[in-house]
Design a protein around this ligand. Structure first.
Ligand SMILES: Nc1ncnc2c1ncn2[C@@H]1O[C@H](COP(=O)(O)OP(=O)(O)OP(=O)(O)O)[C@@H](O)[C@H]1O
Ligand SMILES: [Mg+2]
Length: 256
């Protein structure tokens, strides 16, 4: 599997994976635009569905995720809540209705982000690897820090690198920088899983699917054709595996 792992992972991987054990609101949030909030949130929706009911809240007025999800299937439950007051009022009600609630936050809408941080149980921050991205991540971490102060440590917070280029010095340095950054370590747990830049990930919304669904479709079609052994995984299957590893790692933090 094409994932980069830190030299000294702080949380040793458990041998046996335990599915998420509690009702939870998971927000994908960053003040920085275009880092992969919507893409990761939509994939998380598919992944968590194997364990229970999933509600999805599109908190971005652009409505990218709700459009994508409704194009995949009319059966996907998705609410659009673009303002802070509605989120503050409604998120606890939505939590009652589902086992898991995924929230796709907007970029640079401070009031909406603060409302989400007041109501979610865990916040997942996608980040890209350039210095400019790392610097602008500080604003998001500062907001998380304030929420954690007010809420006695909640929400739990994790970050991961998205759209990274495999084997680059930029990625290695970004991983090292977050390891060394005390502020990040104190408030936001850096995950080991990296999601690499893959064209197939950019393609899936246009194909009205996700990497998880498309991989499943490929597997079914191979089975139908009697193909038993696969010599090489396709890039969509590699992407699927990376997402699964990311969500397993997040689940370990949720359960921990
Ligand atoms: N791992 C990846 N590999 C390649 N492309 C990616 C990856 N993750 C996201 N993208 C692409 O990056 C762009 C931005 O992603 P996305 O819309 O998910 O970001 P966002 O943080 O939700 O943006 P916004 O702040 O505007 O809501 C999209 O074109 C998406 O397809
Ligand atoms: Mg988005």
């Amino acid at each position: 599997m094409a994932t980069a792992t830190r030299e000294k992972p702080r949380a040793p991987r458990r041998k046996k994976f335990t599915p998420p054990t509690k009702k939870i609101v998971i927000a994908f949030l960053s003040q920085k635009g275009g880092v992969g909030k919507t893409t990761t949130a939509a994939h998380a929706r598919d992944w968590f569905e194997q364990f229970g009911s999933v509600g999805f809240v599109d908190a971005d007025a652009q409505r990218s995720s709700s459009r994508w999800l409704s194009a995949i299937s009319a059966d996907i439950q998705c609410s659009v809540m673009g303002d802070a007051r509605t989120l503050l009022r409604e998120l606890p009600n939505v939590k009652q209705q589902y086992d898991y609630v995924i929230v796709d936050a907007p970029g640079s809408m401070e009031e909406v982000s603060r409302a989400i941080l007041s109501r979610c149980d865990i916040v997942v921050i996608p980040c890209q690897t350039s210095q400019l991205d790392l610097d602008s991540n500080d604003d998001t971490i500062e907001m998380v820090e304030v929420a954690q102060d007010i809420r006695g440590g909640l929400p739990k917070a994790v970050m991961f690198f998205n759209r990274a280029q495999e084997g680059t010095i930029l990625l290695r340095e970004a991983l090292e920088a977050t390891d060394e950054d005390n502020k990040v370590r104190q408030h936001v747990f850096p995950l080991d899983t990296v999601i690499y830049h893959r064209t197939c990930i950019m393609d899936v919304p246009g194909q009205r699917t996700t990497a998880l669904r498309e991989s499943q479709r490929l597997e079914k079609s191979r089975k139908k054709r009697g193909v038993k052994k696969v010599k090489k995984l396709t890039s969509i299957e590699i992407a699927r595996n990376e997402y699964c590893q990311l969500f397993e790692e997040i689940t370990e933090i949720i359960n921990g």
